[in-house]
Design a binder for this molecule. Structure first.
Ligand SMILES: [Zn+2]
Ligand SMILES: [Zn+2]
Length: 151
């Protein structure tokens, strides 16, 4: 399926290189991963690729709009290959897992600010915070265990 990725690179006038293809493929299969994880994933394909090469590729792909960089408060930067639909994210306060949430009102609705203060707005970032199902289950289990202990 790398042919689709090659076309993506050509569409933004980026030279097709193996590290670029590997990073795009890694992000397509593993959304919202941090730089260290990208390096680990890319190295399963290209064992000799350097940290710096992956950093450079991430920057080039982000600048070209093929990759979106998100950085929830207090978290390390994450990257994803799902771009241009202005989707939102929900972040678990406990474990930091991130999931995609489609825009509630359609395609990029939040760019229509109620008052833009004269700014030309090109991106809206909405982050929902909460507790993921796994952490919620764990918390409930802990709570019932401790209440059993106190009775
Ligand atoms: Zn969690
Ligand atoms: Zn996302």
């Amino acid at each position: 399926m790398t042919s689709g990725l090659e076309a993506q690179l050509r569409a933004v006038s980026l030279r097709v290189t193996r590290p670029r293809l590997a990073v795009l493929a890694a992000l397509r299969d593993h959304p919202h991963v941090d730089t260290d994880t990208v390096i680990r994933l890319v190295r399963t394909d290209l064992p000799t690729v350097s940290h710096q090469a992956v950093y450079d590729v991430l920057r080039a792909l982000t600048d070209a709009g093929l990759v979106r960089r998100i950085q929830p408060a207090g978290a390390t930067a994450r990257y994803e290959a799902r771009v241009a639909d202005n989707h939102h994210h929900v972040v678990c306060r406990s474990c930091g897992v991130i999931a995609d949430i489609d825009c509630a009102v359609g395609d990029a609705p939040c760019l229509t600010a109620s008052d833009d203060h004269g700014f030309v707005i090109d991106e809206a970032e909405v982050v929902y915070w909460g507790t993921c199902p796994d952490c919620a289950t764990e918390r409930t289990a802990q709570r019932s265990a401790s209440s059993e202990g106190s009775t």
